[in-house]
Design a protein around this ligand. Sequence first.
Ligand SMILES: [Zn+2]
Length: 140
Amino acid sequence: MTESERDFTIKSYIDYLSEKKLMGSKCKNCGATYVPVRKLCTKCYKANMEWMEMSGNGKIAAFTSITVGTPFFVEKGYNRDKPYCFSVIKLDEGPMVSGQLIGVNESKPETINIGMPVRATFIETDIKGETRVDLGFEPK
Ligand SMILES: [Zn+2]
């Protein structure tokens, strides 16, 4: 499938993640960018989008260290003794997107700083024989 043929849906966004591409949509009318994708621009209310690949570079806007995780993370081995971090990242292109923060000391969140530069990474997890790819971020 070529990029122009893909619908601006969360399914397409996830399909791109599984191909290790961080894709957003860009409004052809006003230039606003969205990650994950949107069909309708919330700034100018036009539905005139094009796909845009993000660099994956950004800065930490917010994060939290989680000791009591969702079933998905508990199954991956995270718990009170081994917390994981979840973050909101402001991409260099502008949009804010969330993802797991890896390559940091989750047990010492005071060592992680707002504004710290990060790059996107694609975290693969095998679930019942299928590989799921989630967006994550790691310090540069
Ligand atoms: Zn727009």
